[in-house]
Design a protein around this ligand. Structure first.
Ligand SMILES: NC(=O)c1ccc[n+]([C@@H]2O[C@H](COP(=O)([O-])OP(=O)(O)OC[C@H]3O[C@@H](n4cnc5c(N)ncnc54)[C@H](OP(=O)(O)O)[C@@H]3O)[C@@H](O)[C@H]2O)c1
Length: 229
């Protein structure tokens, strides 16, 4: 039997989730990576790391989909559960101009669904293990400057929901990380973003590994610096 540590990355078809998957594979981990629909990039990665990458199909906004994944995982042990999936809609708009559905979709996918996924999967993470969720620097209420305000609100709501989660599940002894990866050039981040994926994700993985065995909730950037709520 393999002694490889295992990470589950929810939302790994492209962008930062794909890069997290690749980074952990290159570090010798076993990775379970999820997509909503087939990802050519991920399939090619599976061929490069035979036996180390499993691909699952999950929509985190659908509770049955997450429950079905929990069922398929059975008694598997997850050293790290990394919930990366997220969306950005109507990014320059205020509530006066925005499409209501865009806001509701972001609250569902970015705030509610990641914490629900943590609730459904937490029993697979042993004491001393880690649950990390991709939030954003924009989720800080203290630092808010009005940019991407609808998206920012969904990440602030995620942070608040994780405060509640942490208070309810202290006995799990999990490291809980709300991770701000920096502004990164992906489909969501856009071409003007300050960082390449390579300038963000290896540091994010270093930071997750540095926090191993430190129970409790932290809102942190890729350098492991705490951010103001
Ligand atoms: N890029 C940045 O500058 C930046 C900064 C701060 C935080 N973040 C956060 O980092 C995370 C990844 O962002 P990114 O830049 O890599 O974005 P991206 O390139 O748009 O990728 C988003 C990923 O989330 C997945 N996803 C979306 N909705 C999903 C759902 N309902 N169920 C499962 N997977 C879903 C997408 O899958 P599909 O291919 O199926 O759509 C895709 O794999 C997000 O949470 C984002 O908010 C990004």
């Amino acid at each position: 039997m393999t002694q490889q540590p295992t990470v589950l990355v929810l939302g790994a078809s492209r962008g930062l989730g794909f890069a997290l998957t690749k980074e952990w594979l290159e570090r010798g981990w076993h990775v379970i990576a999820t997509v909503r629909s087939p990802s050519g990039e991920l399939t090619a990665l599976a061929a490069r790391f035979p036996g180390s990458l499993e691909i699952e199909t999950v929509d985190i906004a659908n509770s049955e989909s997450i429950r079905a994944l929990r069922g398929r995982l059975g008694g598997r042990r997850l050293d790290v559960l990394y919930i990366n999936a997220g969306i950005a809609r109507g990014i320059e708009k205020s509530p006066a101009a925005a499409d209501e559905q865009d806001f509701l979709d972001m609250m569902l996918v970015n705030a509610f669904s990641p914490v629900r996924a943590a609730e459904f999967l937490r029993d697979l993470v042993p004491a001393g293990g880690t649950i990390a969720i991709m939030t954003s620097e924009l989720g800080s209420i203290q630092n808010a400057n009005g940019s991407w305000q609808l998206y920012s609100s969904s990440k602030a709501a995620l942070n608040m929901l994780m405060k509640g989660y942490a208070a309810q599940h202290k006995e799990d002894r999990h490291t809980l990380l709300l991770v701000a990866p920096g502004w990164v050039r992906t489909e969501m981040g856009g071409s003007d973003a300050l960082l390449s994926i390579e300038e963000s994700i290896p540091l994010v993985v270093d930071m997750v590994e540095a926090n191993r065995g430190r129970p409790g909730l932290r809102y942190v950037d890729r350098f492991n610096a705490s951010l103001p709520w």
